[in-house]
Design a protein around this ligand. Structure first.
Ligand code: KG4
Ligand code: ZN
Length: 347
């Protein structure tokens, strides 16, 4: 049973094909709008929605081509419908619903954060840690810790009280003039610099505040202010050192709370996913955790496909109704006839 999975919750148009019986990932295509959004310094929701309309038919065609199949081979369509940018989600859900209706096959909707959470099931060539998990989902929109038990049921333990960790990276990076998104750039610049200096001295030179929060919770809203004040006070500051020290202030609470949860649930295995899980320093600080391949930490549809396939195999993949909301729209048909050429990020 072949599943076509889609994700358009933010500024990546993602499609993947998975064989639900064997969990073989047949294709995995991501078209990122990041380069396009850089001139705005962030994601403009209305523009992202329109770009999804242009990209969806092309990205889906490419996913089918790489899987070596046609629309007629598909057995089920799955799309994320929460949380995210409403217009962007509407583009993906309308497309999925229209396609499923046209092909006469079922379609289902899933939660984007839940799909991040289960992305370790992709394995990426390594042994998937057995349940129970302590799962940290750490991205541009979310910083949440879950306990996942052996039948794959999920209990939320805590999360951020204000900004997400990825948002903290992006906001601090913006103050340092690093463009959008700043997380990968802060990671790269500090990694390169650390190779040439005493790492501990360098990244602990400025002690930015760590918020005092209840167990399994986080708070990052004060960090941006602390960095801004530091920049205002100190001329001739080293922006890479500020980035390195801010990175420590963002990552340290993540490590502390994951370890606190591991201590509270003996026998659980740590998994860390979401865009910030690409961070090389976080991977170094949490060697006991399983991290998916970076391309499966940031937004993708393979994680949607594997969660859907897992639920399907347990008989728990709930079908959604065609009846509510958008039918095939003229906007979609126009977009399909006048596509812009996207570039594909991964084979
Ligand atoms: O999961 P994701 O692709 O999209 C959301 O669902 O939010 O996460 C994007 C976030 C951005 O805030 C980006 O700056 C951050 O992940 N990010 C990183 C790194 N790569 C991506 N943050 C720190 N270090 C990285 N290497
Ligand atoms: Zn995401």
């Amino acid at each position: 049973m072949l599943i076509l999975a889609l994700d358009t919750t933010c500024d990546e148009t993602c499609a993947a094909v998975m064989d639900a019986d064997t969990l073989q990932l047949r294709s995995d295509v991501v078209h990122s709008q990041v380069a396009f959004m850089q001139k705005y310094g962030g994601v403009v929701p209305e523009i992202a929605s329109r770009q999804h309309l242009y990209s969806l038919p092309l990205v889906v065609d490419e996913a089918l081509r790489r899987a070596g199949i046609t629309f007629r081979d598909l057995g089920h369509i799955v799309v994320t419908n929460r949380p995210g940018l409403m217009g962007a989600i509407l583009a993906g859900v309308s497309y999925a619903k229209s396609l499923a209706w046209t092909l006469g096959i079922p379609f289902s909707t899933l939660d984007h954060v839940e799909c991040h959470l289960f992305s370790p099931l992709l394995g990426d060539g390594r042994r998937v840690p057995p349940y129970p998990w302590i799962a940290l989902v750490v991205s541009g929109g979310h910083t949440e810790i879950f306990h996942v038990d052996k039948i794959a049921d999920v209990q939320w333990l805590g999360g951020t009280l204000d900004d997400a960790a990825g948002e903290a990276f992006d906001k601090v990076g913006k103050l340092l003039g690093l463009g959008y998104p700043a997380g990968p750039e802060m990671d790269r610049l500090t990694r390169e610099k650390i190779a040439t200096v005493d790492p501990d001295l360098y990244r602990n030179a400025i002690r930015f505040p760590r918020a005092s929060t209840p167990a399994f919770h986080f708070s990052y809203s004060g960090l941006k202010t602390a960095v801004r004040e530091k920049l205002a006070r100190q001329e001739n500051s080293d922006p890479i050192q500020i980035a390195a020290c801010a990175q420590e202030a963002i990552l340290e609470p993540l490590v502390t709370e994951v370890r606190r949860a591991l201590a509270a649930y003996p026998g659980a295995h740590a998994v860390v996913t979401g865009g910030v899980a690409c961070n090389s320093r976080l991977r170094e600080l949490l060697p006991e955790a399983f991290f998916p391949a970076p391309k499966h930490c940031s937004d993708n549809a393979a994680m949607v496909a594997v969660r859907a396939a897992d639920l399907y195999r347990q008989g728990r993949l709930v079908e959604s109704s065609y009846s509510v909301g958008a039918a095939p729209t003229s906007a979609l048909l126009v977009a399909a006839q006048h596509p812009k050429e996207p570039t594909f990020a991964s084979p």
